[in-house]
Design a protein around this ligand. Structure first.
Ligand code: FBP
Length: 265
């Protein structure tokens, strides 16, 4: 791994990736609560908020929208991804090369690894190829470190999440995106296992402002670097309010009460 503190992926050593690959991974169901969230332009606008350090999208969205936002948004090219329509053992198609992502203007790349899947070996080899190409282009590498599949009974135990973070370090990821293991203490162990690889939390399904911010606060207090979040931002009518609050929690290490009080309604 390599430090990302001086890369565009980070602000003051912290990371907030706005993830927007849900149209592929989950389908239009994720846009039902806030129908305007199906419009990528709305999400590119949200990504101009100063709390956001990059926007993670798939190739087609990047090609169509990034040219209008290249001065205002840091692009994270999510290289692999698969729809929810396919029911086999967990796997993910590599949809664009690092070379092409760099041509489109990517500042960083992201890659899902399903440790524990019957396809883990092939996925790790695909990750190796992407990782070494990213090094050649000087692009930071974020691993969506998601143990899943026949080898994993429960992907939310703290030991499995710590294993995922360690796997990210061992394979060379600069940032490991993991599920929240449920407490600050469990997250401390995850962060310890990741060593110099920065650990960020996966946002998950939409929760109340307070519940969501409490989990982010626990991650920061545990030494985590931030989060990669989609639904908890774009499924809100007022994404700027929660991003203001996140800015206080992540970059100022403020309490949740302070963040909620000071965010601009
Ligand atoms: P969320 O904050 O909405 O969970 O988004 C983060 C993310 O990793 C997305 O990049 C991806 O589409 C989604 O979660 C995958 O979710 P799931 O855990 O259901 O596979």
């Amino acid at each position: 791994m390599r430090p990302i503190d001086n890369s565009p992926l980070s602000r003051d050593g912290k990371v907030l990736i706005l993830a927007y690959d849900h149209g592929l991974e989950h389908g239009p169901v994720d846009f039902e609560d806030v129908p305007e969230s199906a419009d990528p332009e709305r999400v590119f606008e949200i990504a101009t908020h100063p709390a956001v350090t990059s926007l993670a999208v798939q190739k087609g969205i990047a090609e169509a929208y990034y040219p209008s936002y290249e001065d205002d948004v840091t692009l994270l090219a999510k290289l692999n991804g698969t729809s929810n329509l396919w029911m086999g053992e967990h796997d993910s198609a590599v949809n664009w090369s690092v070379e092409y992502a760099a041509e489109v203007g990517a500042d960083a790349v992201g890659f899902t690894l399903y440790g524990g899947s019957n396809h883990e070996v092939e996925m790790a080899e695909e990750f190796r190829e992407a990782h070494e190409a990213a090094r050649a282009h000087d692009l930071p590498v974020v691993m969506w470190a998601y143990p899943r599949g026949q080898g994993v009974k429960n992907d939310t135990t703290s030991s499995i999440i710590a294993y995922a973070a360690r796997q990210a370090l061992e394979l060379g990821a600069d940032v490991a995106k993991v599920k929240y293991p449920g407490s600050k203490e469990a997250m401390e162990h995850v962060v310890e296992m990741a060593g110099p690889t920065k650990v960020i939390m996966s946002g998950g399904s939409k929760r109340s402002d307070r519940e969501f911010l409490e989990s982010v606060k626990a991650v920061i207090d545990a030494g985590g670097a931030g989060l990669a979040v989609g639904r908890n931002i774009f499924q809100r009518e007022n994404p700027r309010y929660i991003l203001d609050a996140l800015e206080h929690v992540i970059y100022e290490e403020a309490s949740v009460d302070t963040a909620l009080a000071e965010a601009d309604k």
